[in-house]
Design a protein around this ligand. Sequence first.
Ligand code: LLP
Length: 420
Amino acid sequence: MTRSAFDYVDGVLHAEGVSAVSLAEQFGTPLYVYSRAALTDAWNAYAGACVGRRASVHVAVKANSNLAVLNVFARLGAGFDIVSGGELARVLAAGGKAENTVFSGVGKHADEMRDALAAGVKCFNVESIPELDRLNAVAAEMGKKAPVSLRVNPDVDAKTHPYISTGLKSNKFGVAFEDARATYQAAAAMANLDVIGIDCHIGSQITEVAPYLDAVDKVLELVEQIEQDGVKIRHIDVGGGLGITYDDETPPEIGEFVRTVLDRIEARGHGHREVYFEPGRSLVGNAGVLLTRVEFLKPGAEKNFAIVDAAMTDLARPAMYEAYHAIDPVVERNLPAHVYDVVGPVCESGDWLGRERLLAVEPGDLLAIRSAGAYGFVMSSNYNTRPRAAEVMVDGTQAHVVRAREEVRQLFAGETILPA
Ligand code: LLP
């Protein structure tokens, strides 16, 4: 996805047709800003490549679960991929349909299974025999049959950050490849399960197609064996994970990625099966920026710091994964540029947003932290009793607050002191 929804007009960064300066003035900072057009374009790239194919796209809610974001996708006919009862509630509140929703995750609670079964989700992506047992028991209690797919672990190296690589043997995810056939047999023997598919997810921020094709090849091999054993597989869920450009990465175009995966599945003689995709980052990542204001410039013996009003509490990715996010001044200025570490006000050395960035800024200036639409707000916290940022969605020349800025009193509203 390009960053074109966020571009300069006469030296001022705009979100679609709205100046980022006016957004910051109107709504304050730190401020998440999303572009409806960018969300729509990314969705259309996936959906367009699926036209005429047996394929469907399920938005990974975890990447950005704001109701307005989910609703933009729901209006476009999206399916959803959830990992909790909370995410199911959001999908339903945003106008998504349970029957287009798949439920992933390694540790589903019985209550979450019950709610998802009652709502009528499309499929449970199950990761272990104890989870099969639990789902079978819940379904029996409710007099229902739960639709099930097993997440298998194809043991391929997605060549991404170890914290976001999930398809290796050493990860906690999925059923080990060599146990898959036996696990399918176990699932098929459970009276209240209806085995319908297979799924995998090899990691996130993957910028090449090759690891996907490796995973697909291994999964198809398994599908053939499982069917020989008498269990029918109707769909193959290839997971999410296509990467985006944060810096100089060059992932394939979404459409090219989708077509390459579908072509491989067809070429291997499995074109009659439905293929599911579960993208998150590539749908929302470059559809959002985080606006922040420079509080102080602090020259140091070894480093200069630009202390801003956003922090690791707003965008955790740099602190957690040493992730790179481009940082640009909102107003292009004719000042001497200096190298700064862009850091937040939180009392942790890990509270940084960008390191060694050449910036022409003064205190009070606004900065835009790019590519913040995925795993940004959703991973934010209230550490240091910091209210979470507001979220705004721009649609053409209109800006809509889609989540109000938190207020401090909300943060301890549920707390009580001991009786006197
Ligand atoms: N499906 C499953 C089962 C997943 O676990 C994930 C992401 C996705 C789909 C969506 O993957 P995507 O298309 O967004 O790569 N917080 C980390 C990323 C964690 C991804 C976890 N799973 C980050 O900020 O980079």
